[in-house]
Structures are given as C-alpha cells and as structure tokens.
Design a protein around this ligand. Sequence first.
Ligand SMILES: CC(C)(COP(=O)(O)OP(=O)(O)OC[C@H]1O[C@@H](n2cnc3c(N)ncnc32)[C@H](O)[C@@H]1OP(=O)(O)O)[C@@H](O)C(=O)NCCC(=O)NCCS
Length: 146
Amino acid sequence: MLLYPRVTDADLDAVAAAETRIHPFPWTRGNFADSLAAGHGAWLALEDGRMIGYAVMMQVLDEVHLLNISILPESQHDGRGTALLMQLFDWARAHAATRMLLEVRPGNVSGQRFYKRHGFVEIGRRRDYYQTHEGREDAIVMARDL
Ligand SMILES: CC(C)(COP(=O)(O)OP(=O)(O)OC[C@H]1O[C@@H](n2cnc3c(N)ncnc32)[C@H](O)[C@@H]1OP(=O)(O)O)[C@@H](O)C(=O)NCCC(=O)NCCS
C-alpha cells in the first residue's frame, strides 16, 4: 500500500540520494530544500514503510506545476507512478486547481509516454531550459485539464 506523507527536512538526504539514482541530471539536496522553503507541495510515496518515490508540485492560483515525479528504478513500470500521479490530481482538484503543467526533456521518451497516457498534451517548448552534457536543451511543456 502506498502512503503519501509530506516531505520534511529530515527526508532530504534520502530523497536527494534517490534522485541521483533516478535522474541523469538530478536535483540537488539544495533544490529540494529550496522547494520546501518556498512552500511547494512535496510528498513521499511509501510502500511497507520504505520510500519508493516522491513528487514536488507548485500551485499558482488555479494551476499546479508538477516540478518532479520520481519512482525508484527498481519500482518503476508497475503502476506506482500512476498511483502517485492520481493522488496529485486529487490534491490539486481539492485545492481548486483546474490545470496541471509540467516540463519534460525531449529525450525522456518514456516520461512523455507516461504523461500522454495520463491525458497530458504538448502545449509548447521552453528554449534552453535544461542542462545537458553538451550544453542546453529545450523543454517540452505539457498540460492537462483537471
Ligand atoms: C515516469 C515515472 C514517474 C513513472 O512511474 P512508473 O511507476 O514507472 O509508472 P507506471 O508503472 O504507472 O507506468 C509506467 C509504465 O509501466 C507500465 N505499467 C504500469 N502498470 C503495469 C503493470 N501492472 N505491469 C506491467 N507494466 C505496467 C505502463 O504501461 C508504462 O509503460 P511504458 O513506460 O513502457 O509506456 C518513473 O518511471 C520515473 O521516475 N522515471 C524516471 C524519472 C522521470 O522520468 N520522471 C518524469 C519526468 S521528469
């Protein structure tokens, strides 16, 4: 069973360590700490008391921006990301959001497939948004009505 407690400062080391296993260009511990300090929503996905993922989301009026959704590599492709995303939809609706936005790297094909399966469509690009090994790359911006 999955539970979704809020991320606290005490979780940051574990979250940042997981992030380096999940993403080729991981958020730093400081990025997560900044998100908490800014008041963004941040949740752990727990299974049998063990963290298997997390998500960070920012609300601006009636829109929520999904900043990070991550499932540990060994726990992916078994419905957990979907379950976590559904919880985020529920939270956003309960907080009067009508749309969810996110950015994804053009090279993250499985991430894009995951989002498309869950109703997101591309609405634009942000130029030079992401760091790469060679320089910068654009972000695909996706959105979904809630
Ligand atoms: C994107 C991410 C959050 C999705 O989480 P997940 O737990 O893997 O998601 P789900 O299992 O719900 O769905 C993903 C895949 O599993 C498949 N799947 C879901 N339930 C399944 C099941 N019971 N049995 C077999 N396959 C299943 C889905 O068809 C989907 O397949 P695909 O990716 O090959 O198209 C996760 O893969 C992840 O953290 N990726 C790395 C970080 C990342 O890219 N984050 C998002 C962009 S920044």
